[in-house]
Write a protein that binds this ligand. Structure first.
Ligand SMILES: Nc1nc(=O)c2c([nH]1)NC[C@@H]1CN(c3ccc(C(=O)N[C@@H](CCC(=O)O)C(=O)O)cc3)CN21
Ligand SMILES: O=c1ccn([C@H]2C[C@H](O)[C@@H](COP(=O)(O)O)O2)c(=O)[nH]1
Length: 335
């Protein structure tokens, strides 16, 4: 996906050096936006391998969102990608699916407000929660010209006390002709690890919802407010705050065209920057991303989603076909 690579290059070239709560510094830019037309194929990155164990993780993460579960007790049997943010019992203080499928509704609102009663068709049984995906599917079938087909995962009161409030926190479906589009807003995006999974998951969701409501999958549009590249801890992270190092990196990027030149730039960073501390290896994502920038995007793969209700989708119902990526790249996650 060329738009993804351009965003990565822009952030490495022009991003602000920005330490943050994780202790792993970032190069960060404000407001990245790109789009992928699903009519051109499934926009899974081809400049690194996302099949195998990575595909397994990202599909199970999406099925977990759809499940509406507020814990990771089932998810962690399949992948460890969420383990660091949950307790021993698998409890998490913010889970996307819980808000997608079971958004809290007040018992009584303020005077003059209208809220659905317990028997409303999108209210769940046995709790005062609202199923936003049921609302989306019904509205696309009954009133597709609506401009209100919004799903919200942000609860301001929860977000202020949560260990990790949602990163991708709201999305809107929009119909144009026979095409269904999806616009995702993300407050914070880890370009090497989180974003490739996010692009894939929402493109699958768009495809599945379009199939179930009689539309063609259209454009996935993604706005990322703080788009960042993690660049390491301690001296390694600090190095990216140095004006001379950044000027060398900027000049190197301006000159790099071939795969070999990007590889050379990555080698230069690894030889010149202070070594990563023991235990913090691969937390600097810049060299791996530079190597990725040198790779030409390949033909987009095909996605096949089985024709069954969204709630019944299982791992094998989501198939990746004709995928021919470059080699995998290892990055360590900033906690
Ligand atoms: N710093 C940070 N980046 C994220 O992307 C992120 C968080 N934190 N916190 C919460 C979730 C968890 N997510 C994650 C966490 C780890 C990987 C990861 O390590 N991916 C590896 C494959 C690991 C595996 O499948 O076991 C990769 O190479 O893509 C991806 C997404 C996305 N989110
Ligand atoms: O789906 C996801 C989930 C998380 N991320 C990234 C974005 C940030 O690097 C961290 C969250 O840290 P905050 O300090 O809360 O912003 O996780 C992602 O890219 N995609």
């Amino acid at each position: 996906m060329q738009q993804y690579l351009s965003t990565v290059e822009d952030v490495i070239r022009d991003g602000t050096h920005k330490p943050n709560r994780t202790g792993v510094d970032t190069l960060s830019s404000f407001s990245a936006h790109y789009e992928a037309d699903l009519a051109d194929g499934f926009p899974l990155l081809t400049t690194k391998d996302l099949s195998g164990f990575r595909w397994k993780s990202l599909i199970h993460e999406l099925l977990w969102y759809l499940s509406g579960e507020e814990h990771i007790r089932d998810l962690r049997e399949k992948t460890g990608i969420w383990d660091a943010w949950a307790d021993e019992e698998g409890r998490l203080d913010t889970a996307y699916g819980r808000f997608w499928r079971r958004y809290p509704v007040p018992e009584e609102g303020l005077e003059g407000e209208t809220w659905p009663d317990d028997s409303h068709r999108w209210m769940n049984d046995d709790e005062r929660t609202f199923d936003q995906l049921a609302y989306v599917l019904a509205t696309l079938r009954e009133n597709p010209q609506s401009r209100r087909i919004v799903v919200n995962a942000w609860h301001p009161a929860n977000a202020t006390v949560s260990t990790l409030p949602p990163c991708h926190y709201t999305f809107v479906f929009n119909v144009q002709g026979d095409r269904l589009n999806l616009h995702l807003t993300q407050r914070s995006g880890d370009l090497a690890l989180g974003i490739p999974f996010n692009i894939a998951a929402y493109s699958i969701l768009l495809t599945a919802v379009a199939q179930r409501t009689g539309f063609e999958p259209g454009t996935f549009a993604h706005s990322v407010v703080d788009a960042h590249v993690y660049c390491g801890t301690g001296d390694r992270g600090d190095w990216y705050g140095d004006a001379d190092a950044r000027a060398m990196l900027r000049d190197g990027l301006a000159d790099a065209e071939s795969r070999e030149e990007y590889e050379r730039l990555a080698d230069w960073v690894e030889e010149t920057a202070p070594a990563e501390a023991e235990g913090d290896e691969k937390k600097d994502h810049v060299p791996g991303l530079l190597r990725q920038l040198g790779r030409e995007p390949r033909e987009k793969p095909t996605l096949r989603v089985a024709d069954k209700p969204l709630d019944e989708l299982a791992f094998d119902d989501i198939e990746l076909l004709e995928y021919d990526p470059g080699p995998g790249i290892e990055f360590a996650v900033a906690e």
